[in-house]
Design a protein around this ligand. Structure first.
Ligand code: DI6
Ligand code: FE
Length: 400
């Protein structure tokens, strides 16, 4: 295998930060050398040394950075279809909980599942994302709520990258829910923080996340987790303002978190704070759709203040059983009026930023050769289709 390949006759959406749009180069050539992008530009400007290199003619196809799903919970046991059915028949939250549904049912199923069972299920979910051109996936813990299971989830997440050509970034989400019969403060201090320390000691944690919400943890409790994360030198993310505004977004900004996720109930002041701290707003339309939310995130305020926006699936068994990053992009446009260029930046450049990654998410010299080649001519087609997968080929670290 030659170490240099020229992809010619491409339409390249480089998604480089200098352009507010796609950074489109028509009749483009992209040179991949030893797993990295060596050169990108107009075909006729291809530098002399590459002109004799092995070439693949892409026949005008669109090439984008490979997609990045920067917010998922794809390691979990069981499913919540029964709850879905009950809800549609009019059951209340309490009735669902009494019938054994809700987040606690996923916690039980995840505790009961073996490592191998969890891995097998997670691999099929990872495969679905890979089939849509995803090269990097973030995966959270948070359905264990005890040390043993939180660590098991993170080990499974790490193992995915051993079995599939995909990069996995883990987030410790011990502060996801209060286990049944336990006090929230006691949980944070006696289980969540010790589990974080243990997971970090095992090298299982790339970032620390929390669920800051009336039904989960308040800003004081999240601060304790964040302080410990800081002491360990770990970057932060936060589920904030999904169902109400209790100050999670402001907290995330204050701590310089990499991202604040959901943010339906964020305000203009929150947008200002995110912009000042350089925190990415991660937009999760799958959860908005599933729970019939009516409050849309303040996209225009994010735009006005220059908050980078990412888009992700939030793939989880309860509020977002969404296994399609392309559908997440479509929903971000249709439900929230994001532009297709914003949606694509949200699953490439800004998704990388939400994960603290600087070597992927754009097509530029020196970046990893993580590319998606699509059977479309124009980048807006990626967000326009509903339930259509036009992926032609995916290149992961230079390997097809
Ligand atoms: N936000 C959500 O919507 C979910 N978790 C979170 O942090 C709910 C997870 C579940 O219901 O399983
Ligand atoms: Fe989530």
């Amino acid at each position: 295998m030659p170490s240099t390949t020229v992809f010619s006759n491409a339409t390249a959406a480089t998604m480089t930060p200098e352009t507010a749009d796609y950074g489109l180069v028509r009749n483009a050539a992209i040179v991949v050398s030893d797993g990295r992008i060596a050169w990108v530009g107009a075909q006729e400007a291809l530098p002399e040394p590459y002109r004799d290199a092995p070439t693949q003619d892409l026949d005008g196809r669109l090439v984008t950075p490979a997609l990045i799903d920067c917010h998922t919970h794809i390691v979990h046991g069981g499913n919540r279809a029964m709850e879905f059915e009950m809800r549609l028949q009019g059951a209340s939250y309490e009735e669902v909980a009494r019938a054994g549904g809700g987040i606690v049912s996923t916690v039980s199923a995840t505790r009961e599942a073996s490592f191998d069972e969890l891995l097998a299920k997670a691999l099929t979910r990872a495969d679905a994302l890979i089939a849509q051109g995803v090269s990097t996936v973030e995966i959270k813990s948070g359905y264990g709520l005890n040390q043993e299971t939180e660590l098991k989830m993170l080990r499974v997440a790490r193992a995915i990258a051993q079995h599939r050509p995909i990069r996995v970034m883990t987030s410790f989400l011990g502060a996801h829910a209060v286990p049944k019969g336990m006090d929230a403060d006691a949980y944070i201090d006696t289980i969540c923080i010790p589990a974080l320390n243990a997971a970090h000691a095992e090298g299982l944690v790339d970032a620390v996340d929390g669920f800051c919400e009336g039904i989960a943890f308040d800003t004081t409790q999240i601060s304790r987790v964040f302080d410990q994360a800081r002491a360990l030198g770990l970057p932060l993310k936060l589920h904030a303002e999904q169902l109400s505004n209790i100050g999670g977004t402001a907290l995330a900004a204050r701590y310089g978190a990499m991202s604040a996720d959901h943010v339906e109930y964020a305000t203009e002041d929150d947008a200002r704070a995110l912009a000042a701290s350089g925190t990415v707003a991660v937009i999760l339309p799958g959860a908005f759709y599933t729970i019939h939310e009516t409050q849309a995130p303040p996209i225009q305020a994010f735009r006005d203040h220059g908050v980078p926006m990412a888009v992700a699936t939030d793939w989880n068994p309860g509020t977002s059983p969404l296994g399609s990053i392309l559908l997440a992009m479509n929903m971000a446009c249709t439900l929230f009026r994001m532009t297709p260029a914003e949606a694509l930046a949200g699953t490439t450049r800004n998704a990388a930023r939400a994960l603290g990654l600087t070597d992927t998410g754009t097509i530029a010299p020196g970046m990893r050769a993580d590319l998606a080649i699509w059977n479309v001519a124009e980048p807006a087609e990626l967000s326009y289709g509903i339930g259509i997968n036009p992926l032609h080929n995916r290149i992961f670290g230079g390997v097809q």
